[in-house]
Design a protein around this ligand. Structure first.
Ligand code: GYE
Length: 310
């Protein structure tokens, strides 16, 4: 799906920048906010943006990138759906002398020269923060006894799924080896429908689950439907921690259904445009431009909700 150029204001002067952006998809509230941020920041900066949505398929992203190379855009930016399998197309971009900026998600590559920088969050740290905030949630709920955790993973092979699981596990194994256990873990592909379906199966196979760690709010929201359908209270019978901090996540938290949220900021557009300009001008940029974010407990939800920007 190609939206084509969405900025008409760039003109044809020597300063005009054409940016080709290949988006993962439109799987979540986070993604929608991220796409909006990229589009509006490009417009603001006066760039010509070529934007395409890969519908969570790597082959679509690869062909979008090939298109941008053929169109000789100035810079290519993309948010890779999974971490592996990019070397060939990135080498084509390099051969065409088109710099590549990663946004949001990272890639695994043996050749560091294949991309200039990553603008995005530290997902391993988000996983650690999720485990740390779960400690507070358990304490607040006065929870005693075994902690039986269900994990809803993001898209298999995607950086945020791999790293959030890793960070969470790290804290769990270091500090809670005796009392916490992930009893079931499966992908819900970062979607509500996925979260709902997988949680329903979890509740069948493991009715004694008392904690849900969801890699994003959308899957948590889907899971809440299945928890309620099973006659249980989300946020009470099953304590829920998720990641992102989208508006619907905050709504669920203010209703008492999510216990805590680790924020992951999708508003990467303005930073991306800055970096694109520097890269086009041949300036050196940091290898990883990290996003700053916070954590929220349920009792902060009502106050925070009106100020949430996405
Ligand atoms: O958490 C999820 C989205 O890559 C950080 O992708 C992003 C993740 C985000 O679908 O909601």
């Amino acid at each position: 799906k190609e939206d084509g150029a969405s900025s008409a204001s760039a003109g044809s002067g020597s300063k005009a920048i054409t940016l080709g952006f290949s988006q993962v998809g439109s799987e979540s509230g986070w993604r929608t906010a991220n796409s909006d941020s990229v589009k509006s920041a490009a417009k603001e900066a006066g760039y010509t943006l070529k934007f395409s949505d890969a519908q969570q398929k790597q082959e679509n992203q690869i062909s979008a990138i090939r298109n941008y190379i053929a169109q000789k855009v100035d810079v290519i930016a993309f948010s890779p759906v999974v971490v592996t399998g990019w070397d060939a197309v990135l080498k084509e971009a390099k051969a065409a002398k088109i710099p590549v900026v990663l946004t949001d998600r990272s890639v695994e590559t043996s050749d560091d020269s294949l991309y200039v920088t990553l603008v995005g969050s530290d997902f391993t740290d988000e996983g650690r923060r999720a485990a740390k905030i779960l400690e507070k949630v358990l304490e607040k709920a006065g929870h005693k006894g075994a902690v039986k955790i269900a994990q809803l993973e993001g898209t298999t092979g995607a950086a945020p799924a791999i790293e959030r699981a890793k960070g969470f596990k790290e804290v769990m194994e270091a500090d809670h080896a005796d009392d916490w256990k992930v009893v079931v873990s499966q992908t819900g592909d970062f979607t509500r429908a996925g979260g709902k379906q997988v949680m329903a199966a979890f509740l069948q196979s493991n009715p004694d689950i008392n904690v849900l760690f969801a890699h994003n709010d959308d899957m948590a929201i889907g899971a809440i439907q299945s928890i309620e359908a099973a006659g249980k209270k989300p946020g009470k019978d099953i304590l829920i921690v998720s990641i992102d901090g989208v508006k619907d996540g905050f709504v669920a938290m203010s209703e008492g259904k999510i216990n805590a949220i680790v924020e992951c900021n999708p508003l990467l557009g303005p930073q991306l445009m800055e970096v694109v300009k520097k890269v086009k001008d041949g300036e050196t940029v940091e290898r990883w431009i990290k996003t700053k974010e916070s954590d929220f407990m349920q009792d902060q939800a009502k106050d925070a909700l009106p100020t949430r920007k996405y």
